[in-house]
Design a protein around this ligand. Structure first.
Ligand SMILES: [Zn+2]
Ligand SMILES: [Zn+2]
Length: 140
């Protein structure tokens, strides 16, 4: 392999704090082009087309209220093998996204979360029921 000798034109500074631009320069070379952070984790599996389709389906607001969409929620979670499909995606506002993940049993009963053994395409989401609703809308 041909080697190009690396020579500094200026003397190396001992105190790195004297070069505030240095860190930024290093980061540029450390990272390969990974998907950028989009507010919903890195590389969440929903492609641009899926997100656009979901925005269109929900008129760009939360599926459960009229607040702006904050997260693209996986109905069947990624850890459960949930696909990055339109059917598996639910656009939610910040509060409803927290609610769905805090009230897991309710969310499963209402199809807002889908078990690993089920296909999200077969499960209807019951979005308008209050969190106190004890009905099993989804039969597992
Ligand atoms: Zn909402
Ligand atoms: Zn209900």
């Amino acid at each position: 392999m041909k080697r190009t000798p690396l020579r500094r034109k200026t003397q190396l500074k001992r105190n790195p704090q004297r070069e505030p631009g240095k860190k930024k320069d290093l980061i540029k070379y450390q990272h390969s082009p990974l998907p950028k952070h989009n507010g919903n984790g890195i590389g969440n599996g929903f492609g641009k087309d899926v997100k656009e389709a979901v925005r269109e389906r929900q008129y760009d607001v939360c599926a459960m209220c009229t607040a702006p969409m904050f997260a693209f929620h996986h109905r069947r979670m990624r850890s459960q093998g949930g696909p990055g499909s339109v059917e598996n995606c639910l656009g939610l506002c910040l509060d409803h996204h927290i609610l769905v993940h805090n009230r897991v049993n309710w969310a499963y009963r209402h199809g807002l979360l889908v078990r690993s053994t089920r296909d999200p395409r077969d499960i209807t989401g019951f979005l308008l029921c209050p969190v106190e609703c004890e009905i099993n809308h989804v039969d597992y």
